[in-house]
Design a protein around this ligand. Structure first.
Ligand code: NAI
Length: 300
């Protein structure tokens, strides 16, 4: 628990989401669906238009379920939510009224630092900054700003509208008020929040990525096949997906990117060692579901 005395915590109403890709569009959708005003930012209007098109389709799917017998109600819902989202290509301008900025741009430390340095100069004093990074240390991103006490991690899961979890990450400098605001925001999004320190992969990826890599090593040694390992973990451990199905879903390029990054930073950790099999599949462009082939063929 955290102290609530002399709290200056303000409710988060205005949210800027930077990066309108897979994660950013999902975060914008969920934040707007739960009553927040959202500014969604990307590099150009073409990307934003495409993202808003996908977001509209995703909302229509939600509406179809939520308003199964009420088509007009469903249409109003979609209209209301879309009305809460503005798009913007100027990131400095996008944060002028923000209570919270959530960054979901490309997973590259230098690019993220450059962005936050610029945002730090443009955003009001009270604005809280958060990164949705999967694998980079929040501290390494936060030190590009002068608001370490108002910086944390908000780690959502794909697909954002479906997945119930948000990991809320605090760095040593994150203030109790900031942390509390981030937790409250996650809850206000209808999510369940868990707290974690700024440790590689936080909770979920720290356990899942080495598990996937260890599964690959079983195959590399010739001990078992991907199909049998997936069957075993689904029926023997009760997991909804096996590790190879999961790797193909996440994308082998992403798995490789995360493990390579951790291996470079922590070369002595045996859990963070790369795999020749994953490297080969990635070099052949077999990245999983998105390319039609990974450990399995997904061609229709
Ligand atoms: P994505 O590639 O789908 O989207 C990234 C978007 O950011 C693109 O639309 C790109 O045009 C935009 N962008 C890049 N640089 C920008 C800049 N300087 N200013 C404004 N926009 C910029 O990537 P995705 O998958 O949405 O990932 C985004 C972040 O979320 C990454 O940090 C990733 O590690 C993290 N993440 C990804 C998950 C996943 O399952 N894909 C899950 C949880 C976190």
């Amino acid at each position: 628990s955290f102290s609530s005395s002399a709290s200056t915590m303000a409710q988060i109403k205005q949210v800027t989401v930077i990066g309108s890709g897979l994660m950013g569009a999902g975060i914008a959708q969920v934040a707007a669906s739960t009553g927040h005003n959202v500014v969604l930012v990307d590099q150009n209007q073409d990307i934003l238009d495409k993202s808003m098109g996908n977001l509209r389709k995703s909302l229509q799917r939600v509406a179809k379920k939520k308003y199964a017998d009420d088509a007009a109600g469903g249409e109003n819902f979609v209209k209301d939510v879309l009305g809460k989202i503005q798009t913007e290509t100027d990131s400095a301008k996008s944060v002028l009224k923000a209570d919270l900025v959530i960054e979901a741009i490309v997973e590259n430390l230098d690019v993220k630092r450059k962005l936050f340095k610029q945002l730090d100069q443009a955003a009001p004093q009270h604005t809280i900054f958060a990164s949705n990074t999967s694998s980079l240390p929040i501290s390494d991103i936060a030190t590009s700003t002068k608001r370490l006490d108002r910086f944390g991690g908000l780690h959502y899961f794909n697909p954002v509208p479906m997945m119930k979890l948000v990991e809320v990450i605090r760095i040593p400098d994150t203030s109790d008020d900031t942390f509390k605001s981030l937790v409250e925001f996650g809850k206000a999004n209808g999510k369940v929040t868990v707290e974690c320190k700024d440790t590689p992969g936080f909770i979920v990826n720290r356990l899942l990525v080495p598990y996937m890599m260890e599964s690959v090593r079983l195959v590399e040694r010739g001990d078992a096949s991907p199909r049998d390992i997936d069957t075993a973990m689904k029926l023997g451990a009760g997991y909804p997906m096996g590790p190879f199905e999961l790797a193909d879903y996440v994308g082998l390029d992403t798995v490789k990117f995360i493990i390579d990054g951790w291996c470079e930073k922590y070369p002595d950790n045996p859990l963070f060692q790369p795999s020749a099999m994953v490297n080969k599949l990635v070099s052949e462009g077999k990245l999983g579901m998105k390319t039609g082939e990974g450990f399995y063929s997904h061609k229709k």
